[in-house]
Ligand binder design. Structure first.
Ligand SMILES: [Zn+2]
Length: 166
């Protein structure tokens, strides 16, 4: 089930779950988030003016409206707090269930907890306290219009996945 213009990736990606589906730098000042992901870094923004740390990353501080922001790194591992398996209302291109979890990034993390999709785990297996890690994957390149030209955007997206127990 593939539709032109919408990148599908074996049920792993949907533009409807992407914070910024068009993240080419020509269109989106948040593209640095994705460049960092590509390097394996999980990042967000911190306001240079008031120190407010926001997640997801912003282009303007939600506290003082400054646009002087810097990128900071977040932990790439965390522990599951709550799991939600969605069987209904799943976005097009996914096979249910869609597994989301609130993830505790630890007390030393600038952002204490985040909500993320969890992949590479069977339904019913993820539970509170499980360790999960950042998983970055390529999204099929897709064309966008730029100054009357069509360019192909290479991009990545992320989810979390269970840390394999040895
Ligand atoms: Zn601020």
């Amino acid at each position: 089930m593939a539709t032109a213009w919408i990148p599908f990736l074996e049920g792993r990606y949907s533009p409807t779950l992407d914070m910024w589906p068009i993240e080419a730098k020509e269109f989106n000042r948040i593209y640095k988030f994705y460049e960092n992901l590509r390097e394996g870094k999980f990042t967000t923004t911190k306001c240079k003016n008031c120190g407010k740390i926001a997640y997801p990353p912003r282009v303007i501080c939600p506290e003082c409206y400054s646009d002087e922001l810097e990128w900071i790194e977040l932990p790439k591992k965390g522990k599951v707090i709550v799991v939600v398996e969605k069987w209904g209302g799943v976005p097009i291109c996914y096979e249910p269930p869609l597994i989301d979890a609130w993830i505790d990034l630890g007390k030393n993390s600038p952002v204490k907890r985040i909500l993320s999709r969890v992949i590479n785990c069977a339904p019913g297996t993820l539970k509170e306290g499980d360790e999960v890690q950042l998983a970055v994957f390529d999204v099929p390149p897709h064309p966008i219009e730029l100054k009357k030209e069509t360019i192909t955007v290479q991009r990545v997206f992320f989810a979390f996945e269970p840390v394999k127990k040895s």
